[in-house]
Ligand binder design. Structure first.
Ligand code: KG4
Ligand code: ZN
Length: 346
């Protein structure tokens, strides 16, 4: 028999943990509703202009118990009310994943509740299915562009747990291209939101940057990043105040370039697969130029577009909880021998 043959289980409480990079996040969901979702960020990486893996895992160790405690308290439930423990298995930093996974396994064992492993990228895609007055739920099939600090993926979503990766970056992620450019400009880490802010006051067509060639619907941001570095170095040789006098236009032009590059393949996929539903996910989906252009595309191509609520764009445990909810319905549980996966295909 095909289709949804299982009986839907309701009033399910899932405690979810996400620790794949530098955010220690925990959430409690009742079915598709978030009862609590808290994230402890890590300021220490600002000093280094990027995430330092060893420091990230140490901070996860410090943060995980207080964050879980705070979430349980806010959700107003007891530990014994939890029906399953969800955790990010990968992709991510080994030490960071290990902290969340070890904690989740211990809790699963102590409470005698099933463990559900979640792929971080699957979490970003399924964040669209969290109940929220600020976001709509996409219809299947839809195209999801997942853009974050570590990933750039074009995913055809046929059902909650039935996805096909159509294209992805062959080197750096778009978030990395934002953050490294920000570092070159002397801005703090993570630089994506700062570029976004400065770009609002700048001219998006004043400067142009390199395009890179890839096969299929894949992306490449490494060359764009390097061309940006050379552009700034050359300009500084002619005018030592070039960056400070032109920062808004530099940010606006570079941001517009990255968004144009990322949306070019989106348009091709939508056309080739005759899709009318398009969603964006991941930290970079907070970018205002990307959001503006997605809205413009909605009108131009007569699409239905979906942009998640801001708190579910960047890394958070609620998205891990919602993915686990759909796995719980299928009794898709994991054993306690589960190891973290630095690379984990979707
Ligand atoms: O999804 P996320 O929180 O973590 C990863 O899984 O990587 O994404 C973080 C990335 C960082 O590169 C950050 O600079 C970028 O998202 N980001 C933005 C904006 N807000 C966050 N990039 C551009 N514009 C923004 N407004
Ligand atoms: Zn992420």
């Amino acid at each position: 028999m095909k289709g949804n043959w299982f009986v839907k289980k309701t009033n399910i409480h899932i405690l979810a943990i996400e620790s794949s990079c530098d955010d220690t996040s925990c959430a409690v969901l009742r079915d598709t509703t978030v009862l609590a979702n808290k994230t402890a960020g890590q300021e220490i990486h600002r000093l280094y202009g990027g995430v330092v893996p060893e420091l990230a895992s140490r901070d996860h160790q410090k943060n995980i118990v207080p964050v879980v405690d705070a979430v349980i308290m806010e959700a107003g439930i007891g530990l014994t009310d939890i029906d399953a423990i969800a955790v990010t298995r990968g992709p991510g930093l080994m030490g960071s994943l290990l902290v969340g996974l070890s904690f989740a396994k211990s809790l699963s064992l102590a409470l005698n509740r099933p463990l559900i492993e979640v792929n971080h990228m699957q979490g970003h895609v399924l964040a669209h299915f969290i109940d929220s007055p600020l976001q709509k739920k996409p219809q299947f099939p839809f195209l999801c562009l997942t853009v974050s600090g570590g990933h750039t993926q074009l995913v055809l979503v046929k059902d909650h747990l039935d996805v096909v990766v159509l294209g992805e970056t062959i080197d750096d992620a778009i978030g990395e291209a934002f953050d490294k450019a920000a570092k070159i400009l002397g801005l703090a880490y993570p630089g994506g939101p700062l570029i976004d802010e400065l770009a609002a006051k700048g001219d998006p067509v004043r400067f142009s940057f390199a395009h890179t060639k890839t096969t299929g619907y894949n992306y490449s941001f490494s060359g764009i990043k390097t061309s940006f570095l050379y552009f700034i170095q050359n300009a500084l040789q002619k005018d030592k105040d070039f960056v400070q006098n032109n920062i808004n236009d530099i940010c606006a032009s570079y941001q517009a370039h990255l968004v144009n590059v990322v949306l070019k393949n989106v348009k091709r996929v939508l056309n080739d697969h005759a899709l009318t539903q398009f969603a964006i996910a991941g930290g970079v989906s907070a970018n205002s130029e990307l959001r503006r252009q997605v809205k413009a595309l909605e009108k131009e191509l007569k699409l239905h577009t979906y942009i998640p609520e801001f708190q579910y764009c960047t890394d958070n445990a609620a998205m891990i909880g919602i993915a686990a909810y759909f796995k719980y319905q299928r009794s898709d549980f994991s054993g306690l021998y589960l190891a973290p996966l630095v690379k984990m295909p979707l």
